[in-house]
Design a protein around this ligand. Structure first.
Ligand code: NAI
Ligand code: MG
Length: 393
């Protein structure tokens, strides 16, 4: 088979630190590919007025597979101030390039596995009798990635035609006298196609990897139309998967249950915002941002990224202290996606061994405050963590 080309988008801040670490691990695992760098992030907003240049889109369209580090986003006013003087007042508007990528290529299925590595001092523990137990979490969150409350259809002071359209709904009567400038509206849009696709992908995954349940986690008792549509499509999809139970939870109760009985959950499915919330919740039980990996899967293109951001406060530290594992596990998800499962299993085993041995830990794994002094207090730096993983390979 022809060698693959993978588009690497380090982006900003610690994205530039952790992505090359993942490439070192990929190489050490024996996975052979060509890599092509693509520009993305704050620098390109400042100098070109576009954090997601067309040339990056072109590379992804051509090669279909991307590894992404992280980007920095800043509030509206600050974005405008940092734009190059010659670009100011020319109508450039900042938009998050990762959200842009998800929408451009319709990367509508986000997969976020949250699995315990035994021996991680950050694992969730629970009181039991006189002692504690440490349930092993193996939850995989499927988050609808392109619609819902994050679709971006929103206004403060909505135009008259929007107000009149909304006023055809009887429940809008309560807001009739609110002045436009005091009225903010963010819409929650679900489409049946996207609901069907995420449910089918989730059940297919559950079947392939032997999960016993798929939980649709929404709030259909209150958000009747959108949550209701996902729930209805969950029921339809479930019919084709005998032997996998369909469970339903409400997002608020789910956040409580995940700290009571997290080991009971397998695959979970949510819309965009609830998926964002519940996946961070589960990630917190298995090591947090230093361990949280994710995939953005479209019909043609797929991009893999840690869920953490650019952590600008650590960008300047030399040597870097951040944990590369989230990025490395994201690269494993890429390997799984293209069928290179032997390599991904080897890497996960190597990560698991390093974590279990407990000799090599980054600052976050030791609950230290992040800073240069973390190294003096026994934490390893980013490169040393990667080296330890590579040694196990
Ligand atoms: P963040 O994820 O960048 O950092 C939050 C904190 O988590 C850090 O200060 C650090 O203490 C810890 N952390 C993050 N990654 C870590 C790692 N690999 N190892 C150890 N500790 C780690 O989130 P924050 O501070 O809210 O945002 C910073 C910037 O990142 C913002 O500009 C934000 O817009 C952007 N962002 C980008 C994302 C993306 O590229 N997908 C996602 C989230 C935030
Ligand atoms: Mg999030």
């Amino acid at each position: 088979m022809a060698k693959r080309t993978i588009v690497t988008m380090p982006g900003d801040g610690i994205g530039e630190t952790v992505l090359p670490e993942a490439l070192r691990v990929l190489a050490a695992s024996g996975f052979d590919a060509d890599y092509v760098h693509a520009d993305i992030g704050w620098e390109f907003w400042k100098t070109e007025g576009n954090a997601l240049p067309d040339r990056t889109i072109d590379l992804l369209r051509q090669h279909k597979l991307g590894l992404f580090g992280a980007i920095t986003s800043k509030p509206k006013e600050q974005a405008a101030e940092e734009l190059a003087p010659e670009l100011r007042n020319k109508g450039y508007v900042y938009a998050s390039p990762i959200v842009g990528l998800r929408q451009h290529f319709d990367l509508d299925v986000s997969i976020r596995p949250c699995q315990t590595f035994p021996g991680n001092p950050l694992n969730f523990i629970r009181r039991s009798g006189d002692g504690f137990d440490e349930p092993e979490v193996d939850a995989v969150i499927f988050r609808q990635n392109t619609e819902g409350l994050y679709a971006g259809v929103e206004w403060t002071d909505p135009p008259d035609e929007v107000r009149s359209a909304l006023e055809t709904h009887p429940r809008m009567a309560r807001f009739k006298s609110v002045p436009g400038r005091d009225l903010a509206i963010s819409t929650r849009i679900f489409t049946r196609n996207a609901c069907q696709r995420i449910m089918t992908e989730a059940f297919t995954y559950a079947k392939k990897f032997g999960y016993k349940s798929v939980t649709v986690c929404e709030k259909p008792n209150v958000i009747r139309e959108t949550s209701g549509m996902l729930r209805a499509e969950a029921k339809v999809a479930a019919r084709n998967y005998a032997g996998i139970d369909l469970w339903e939870t409400n997002i608020d109760a789910q956040m409580m249950w995940l700290t009571k009985n997290p080991e009971d959950y397998g695959v979970l499915v949510s819309g965009n915002m609830f998926g964002d919330i519940v996946s961070d919740g589960f990630a917190g039980l298995v090591g947090g941002l230093g361990f949280a990996c994710s995939a953005n899967i479209g019909r043609e293109v797929a991009v893999f990224e840690p869920t953490h951001g650019s952590a600008p406060k650590y960008q300047q530290l030399s040597p870097s202290i951040v944990n590369p594992i989230a990025m490395i596990l994201s690269a494993c998800m890429m390997l799984d996606h293209i069928g290179e499962t032997k390599a991904s299993e080897r890497i996960r085993t190597a990560v698991g061994t390093v974590v279990a041995e407990g000799k090599v830990r980054t600052y976050d794994m030791m609950r230290l405050t992040g800073g240069p002094e973390a190294l003096a207090n026994g934490a390893v730096n980013t490169t040393q963590m990667t080296d330890a993983i590579i040694e196990k390979l």
